[in-house]
Design a protein around this ligand. Structure first.
Ligand code: IMP
Ligand code: MG
Length: 182
């Protein structure tokens, strides 16, 4: 297999620059700070893509929050939405105000499973914050409380989004360069 190209070579058209993302993350952080004041907020992120957004968003929320992480693997080849938890949360969420922080919601199948699972643990509240909403691809409707941007049905890389595990470390969101599609 050819050596993977550097992120700067693989990135094509920039869809959201790092400063555009930062501005939107500021706004989301301010909204969450206002809404969750006086509550017991825990940000739950699904590894690995969500950690980039979480790192920036959490620093724009002026509340004594905690963070926790989950990893899941999906087998969409079998029955749709067949998801397995490969790393569970470290702490109980019972009675806490859970905000799921996601990089992108596409079909919604993965998050639908996660939501059902987390709801069964008795949180005080459970909401979704996603940086990107690829809404035209949705199979399962999900209540999204906070949305960074709605995006078209194009494959994106960067700011946590990967192509076969790589390019999450691009500081912006981009389409693939034509050369990278070959
Ligand atoms: P779904 O909502 O269950 O279909 O899955 C969402 C997951 O699909 C995300 O967490 C990403 O890992 C992946 N995904 C969806 N769209 C893209 C994209 O444009 N680039 C990279 N990963 C994507
Ligand atoms: Mg992924």
């Amino acid at each position: 297999m050819a050596t993977p190209g550097a992120p700067s070579e693989v990135a094509g058209k920039i869809i959201f620059s790092d400063s555009e993302i930062a501005l939107r993350v500021d706004e989301l952080g301010a909204a969450i700070t206002a809404d969750y004041s006086g509550r017991d907020l825990v940000l739950v992120t699904i590894l690995k893509g969500g950690i980039f957004f979480l790192a920036d968003l959490s620093r724009r929320i002026d509340l004594p929050l905690t963070t926790d992480f989950m990893a899941v693997s999906s087998y969409f080849g079998g029955s749709p939405g067949n998801v397995r938890i490969t790393k569970d949360l470290d702490d109980s969420i019972q009675g806490r105000d859970v905000l799921i922080v996601e990089d992108i919601i596409d079909t919604g199948l993965t998050l639908n499973y996660v939501i059902k699972n987390l709801r069964s643990r008795g949180p005080a509240s459970l909401e979704i914050c996603t940086l990107l909403d690829k809404d035209v691809r949705r199979i399962v409707e999900l209540p999204i409380a906070y949305r960074g941007f709605t995006v078209a049905d194009r494959f994106l890389i960067g700011y946590g989004l990967d192509l076969r595990g790589r390019y999450r470390n691009l500081p912006f969101l981009a389409e693939l360069h034509e050369v990278a599609l070959l």
